[in-house]
Design a binder for this molecule. Structure first.
Ligand SMILES: [Mn+2]
Length: 244
């Protein structure tokens, strides 16, 4: 009997620039193994700890670029949407990896299930200050200006933004760091046919259920011991540890 086709969804891997970092090793093992069995691998943001331009990223993460290229060459489609740490990948990245870009919010049918995919930070609307910064950083003009800067400048700004975000996160109320349930319901209203909202970002892996047969799946982040995936096939959706 032929094997049942399936897709895998992963996010918040936060690949490190040190190739020997345990998180990198776990993710590369996943790409070379389990991911090859999948029809499609969806990467839903924060694959990289930082990405401040293709010139720097393709070099810093050469090990991952090669592994992604090998995976797409093997026949697994890889589709990626941006996270809040890696949203500056451009043509050179897509060309080097064979990975396909997705819009920030994806509405699609996956093995018979109507799903919405996103990174998840756009759902954390209680954090008004963050949403303001996010809008600014996602402006095409700001990004165009940033990518014109010399590499050293971009590296420095990237580090500064990361440090500031870490500092601010430490002082924010826990509920600001989670998705706002009112916003979730607004999204479900906006896409009445969608049954599953799938995201990461909060590092609070869970399966939440809502009225009218709606589900919200929070895919967990990766750590030294491995990571989590959401498996989707005609039978349904399941959160599982990744095979690493
Ligand atoms: Mn994130």
């Amino acid at each position: 009997m032929p094997k049942k086709p399936f897709s895998l969804i992963a996010g918040d891997i936060h690949l490190q620039t040190d190739p020997d970092h345990p998180v990198n090793r776990a993710f590369l093992a996943f790409l070379a193994g389990q991911a090859r069995e999948a029809d499609t691998l969806y990467l839903i943001g924060d694959l990289f700890e930082r990405w401040v331009g293709d010139d720097i990223g393709l070099e810093e993460y050469a090990f991952a670029i090669e592994a992604l290229r090998e995976l797409t060459a093997s026949g697994t489609e890889v589709k990626l949407l941006y996270g809040n740490r890696d949203f500056l990948m451009r043509e050179a990245f897509w060309d080097a990896t064979g990975v396909q870009p997705l819009p920030e919010v994806v509405r699609t049918r996956l093995h018979g299930h109507e799903v919405i995919l996103c990174h998840g930070d756009e759902l954390c609307t209680l954090d008004v200050a963050y949403q303001k910064v996010r809008r600014r950083l996602r402006s095409r003009f700001v990004q165009w200006l940033f990518l014109k800067m010399p590499a050293e400048r971009r590296r420095a700004i990237g580090q500064r933004l990361r440090a500031r975000s870490r500092e601010e996160t430490a002082h924010k109320p826990a509920e600001w760091m989670d998705v706002d349930e009112t916003t979730v319901l607004v999204w479900f209203d906006a896409w009445p046919e969608a049954r599953h909202l799938i995201h990461g970002h909060t590092h609070r892996p869970a399966h939440h259920t809502y009225p009218n047969g709606r589900h919200r799946w929070v895919v967990g982040d990766w750590s030294e011991s491995g990571g989590q995936i959401l498996r989707v096939d005609t039978d349904g959706l399941r959160l599982e540890p990744a095979a690493v």
